[in-house]
Design a binder for this molecule. Structure first.
Ligand code: 5GP
Ligand code: ZN
Length: 114
């Protein structure tokens, strides 16, 4: 998708601070971090949101979550705890319509979220 910000990051047209990459998944630092660790994890395939995941995306979606766990372990975030969030749709605050997991860690998280 030419006009999708995260597709442009995947293509290298928009710079990002990459922290992880494999054949299906890219992870990079959020530009406006909401916690000491705030990483966005995206599939390389353009999927708008959780609602757009199809059967054929099952492997890539699984690898995205495996990447989240690996990155959390690399940052030692798995010891104290961390949060993985998919904002989905307007009411949830989704601003970029290329599905992304927020990996948040390094501080105590509140529940329920705002
Ligand atoms: P959403 O609100 O859609 O769940 O999250 C979008 C996230 O993308 C936000 O946390 C925002 O800070 C981040 N973001 C927006 N533009 C850019 C960008 O150009 N680069 C990076 N690294 N993150 C971005
Ligand atoms: Zn995209």
């Amino acid at each position: 998708m030419d006009n999708c910000l995260f597709c442009r990051i995947i293509k290298g047209e928009v710079p990002s601070k990459k922290v992880y990459e494999d054949g299906d998944v890219l992870a990079f630092e959020d530009i406006n971090p909401q916690a000491p660790v705030h990483i966005l994890i995206i599939p390389k395939k353009h999927i708008e949101s959780v609602s757009g995941i199809k059967e054929e995306d099952a492997a890539a979606a699984g690898r995205l979550l495996i990447a989240a766990g690996k990155i959390a372990a690399d940052r030692a975030a798995d010891k104290a705890g961390y949060r993985v969030v998919f904002n989905t749709g307007a009411d949830a605050g989704q601003a970029v319509f290329h599905i992304h997991a927020h990996l948040l860690a390094g501080r105590k998280m509140a529940w329920p979220p705002g």
